[in-house]
Design a protein around this ligand. Structure first.
Ligand code: 13P
Length: 259
């Protein structure tokens, strides 16, 4: 049992499409997905298409309860940053959320915690809600360093943020060894990670922020394992990669949280 679960947090299930879905595929997805989640009000549903499909996805979502997220952004408002996308550009497209610090960006594009912190600060300044990804790799888990890694990431990623800001944040606990591998964390391990993260927030920012913070689990979430993962007391939703590309599968995962 968590000591912070008496506070009602709205579950949040997000699709991280990564570098998948052309414009036409994104539109087709939304057309098929919308009817499958019509009437779902107790869970926030978020789609994070690639930048090129944001506008078309937003258009296709018009009139639905489904929210839009970007998968990354630059921290600056504008400037000589070839290939980058700014927070105002995302807001103009109707994004309410932005995924920051995904392990693929950390590992493949050299994003460090200090940079991720600048992005988080900028997201707050532009009223975008961040979905901050943290998690350990297999070597770190096997060396018993999971908590140390999570604590270190949170240390720098959240530097300078207020308790009130932290309360609006979403943190995705994504063990790297579970991403795209089909090797899901056990519900106990996923809960232990989520609980540790909430405990760290409580210690640093107080109980109110910890109660309000939503923690997702990410890493090989599928229709078959979603319900048990999402039933854990400190897990408030999921960040879904592969299974979010299929409208039926993603809708089943959403429905696993809906009451
Ligand atoms: P998979 O669901 O494909 O394992 O990806 C998880 C992920 O990285 C979501 O951000």
């Amino acid at each position: 049992m968590s000591c912070y679960n008496e506070f009602v947090r709205v579950p949040i299930v997000a699709a991280n499409w990564k570098m998948h879905q052309t414009l036409a595929q994104a539109q087709n997805f939304v057309e098929r997905f919308r009817p499958l989640v019509r009437g779902v009000k107790s869970t926030e549903i978020v789609l994070a298409p690639p930048f090129t499909a944001l506008a078309a996805t937003q258009e296709a979502l018009r009139g639905s309860q489904i929210r839009l997220a970007a998968q990354n952004m630059h921290y600056a408002e504008q400037g000589a940053y070839t290939g980058e996308i700014s927070p105002p550009m995302l807001c103009e497209l109707g994004c309410e959320y932005v995924i920051l610090g995904h392990s693929e960006r950390r590992a493949q594009f050299g994003e460090g915690d200090a940079l991720i912190n600048r992005k988080l600060q900028s997201a707050y300044a532009h009223e975008l809600i961040s979905i901050l990804c943290v998690g350990e790799n297999l070597d770190q888990r096997e060396a018993g360093e999971t908590e140390q890694i999570l604590a270190r990431q949170l240390d720098t990623d959240l530097e300078g943020l207020s308790a009130e800001q932290i309360g609006r944040l979403v943190i995705a606990y994504e063990p790297i060894w579970a991403i795209g591998t089909g090797r899901t964390a056990s519900p106990q391990d996923a809960q232990a990670g989520a609980r540790f993260i909430r405990g760290q927030i409580a210690a640093r920012y107080g109980g109110r922020a910890a109660q309000a913070l939503r923690v997702q689990y990410g890493g090989s979430v599928k229709p078959g394992n979603a319900a048990v993962l999402l039933a854990q007391p400190d897990i408030d939703g999921a960040l879904v990669g592969g299974a979010s590309l299929d409208p039926q599968e993603f809708a089943q995962i959403v429905r696993a949280t809906a009451t």
